[in-house]
Write a protein that binds this ligand. Sequence first.
Ligand code: 13P
Ligand code: SF4
Length: 324
Amino acid sequence: MPVFVTANRSATQADLGIPQDLFAAIERLKRDLNAIVLAHYYQEADIQDVADYIGDSLGLSQKAAETDAEVIVFAGVHFMAETAKILNPDKLVLLPDLAAGCSLADSCPPEAFATFKAQHPDHIVVSYINCTAEIKAMSDIICTSSNAVKLVNQIPTMQPIIFAPDRNLGRYVMQQTGRELLLWDGSCMVHETFSERKLVELKVAHPQAEIIAHPECEPPVLAHADFIGSTTALLNYSQRSPSQAFIVVTEAGIIHQMEKAVPGKQFIPAPPMNQCACNECPHMRLNTLEKLYLAMKHQSPEITLPEAIQKAALKPIQRMLAMS
Ligand code: 13P
Ligand code: SF4
């Protein structure tokens, strides 16, 4: 798949038979296919604008579970589209770029996790949704960043728990619940790039701004946050807070929805360690509007799963939906 350069978009589009008005073409395909486009907040702005629903991982799973559309076009990363497929084994689930993975999901390889789990047979497994279907199939309950604390609080206090794969979210849940969790040592490459030193410098430059952060960030960064939550929780907080400025410590794509929701407020992206664009998730950003159109036009690439994995992974997701 060629990489599209915005300035050359028309020439490249013409070569590939991509219409000029992609928004209208995608709307047509939605109708023709009876398709729904679900997008995560970390997608580029154009994709968010064409989506039927934009949300955090919990909202997207709930939407995937309830939709009666025949085709689900998932503008997000692989584990998200896979979750939609687990919930809808008989539907066509499309991901614009199959290479859109996740460093956090990759940090928990199934074989190594199976060994780890076998070493702790008395533990139940709570897995963050940012993991592969194989890990979900080995889990008892799936959680997201918006319900992890609530779900862990529902588990009897004497029950030992393995929490995988994000050690940062795991530590945050331990702090919020007072529970001891056995953590898998995984992390997100995007949320770990935020620099505490630069964040403090930014706060000094904007003392009136509130720091709002995602729990995938490391503890020294979270220690400076006025509010911590999932992407949807951060978006909602930015609307209800009386503050007029926010330093946003998560993937920068969410700022598109924040600026749309409260246009008068100022949203300052938190700085990563270097002068890079690494507060944009390179996996999420593999999807483009052109690839989304082509995926719908060709009904490919689609997500497929072995039946045994799909069935085993469904149970802990259903438990999460029931407990949320
Ligand atoms: P939420 O949207 O559930 O907060 O998750 C953030 C994330 O990292 C998704 O990959
Ligand atoms: Fe994975 Fe982090 Fe990208 Fe989310 S932001 S998809 S956790 S690498």
